[in-house]
Design a binder for this molecule. Sequence first.
Ligand SMILES: Nc1nc2c(ncn2[C@@H]2O[C@H](COP(=O)(O)OP(=O)(O)OP(=O)(O)O)[C@@H](O)[C@H]2O)c(=O)[nH]1
Ligand SMILES: [Mg+2]
Length: 107
Amino acid sequence: MCLCLGPTGSGKTSLLRKLQCVNVVDETTTAVPTVGTNIFHLRRGNIHIEIRELGGVMAPIWPKYFGGTNKIMYVVDASNLCQIAAAGVLLYTVLVDPQIKNVKRWT
Ligand SMILES: Nc1nc2c(ncn2[C@@H]2O[C@H](COP(=O)(O)OP(=O)(O)OP(=O)(O)O)[C@@H](O)[C@H]2O)c(=O)[nH]1
Ligand SMILES: [Mg+2]
């Protein structure tokens, strides 16, 4: 299981939807903050990866999900200058968690 983390509105759901099906995100797609988690199944040929998105509003309880994970992706909206410092602090709090010492990270 891979976890997808990042601040609220950073684009986790949009990115994962896009990766799941390139036509699903367009100008008519509305963004609803994830309150809880979303599971995405990505398939490329024989490779299948299950990704659990944890909503940004759940950041205080993200560590409860660290136990069963072996991969983490962290999404930052680099164009959102108001949020980028907070995104960095949040990422740091993730990286120092001893539960994910051996986890692969894609940023
Ligand atoms: N971050 C980001 N958002 C974009 C961009 N372009 C469009 N958006 C829109 O911004 C919104 C991002 O919302 P989500 O994908 O729901 O963000 P999220 O990270 O899942 O947020 P939470 O679930 O609340 O943690 C969507 O409406 C996107 O369509 C972009 O380049 N970056
Ligand atoms: Mg979301």
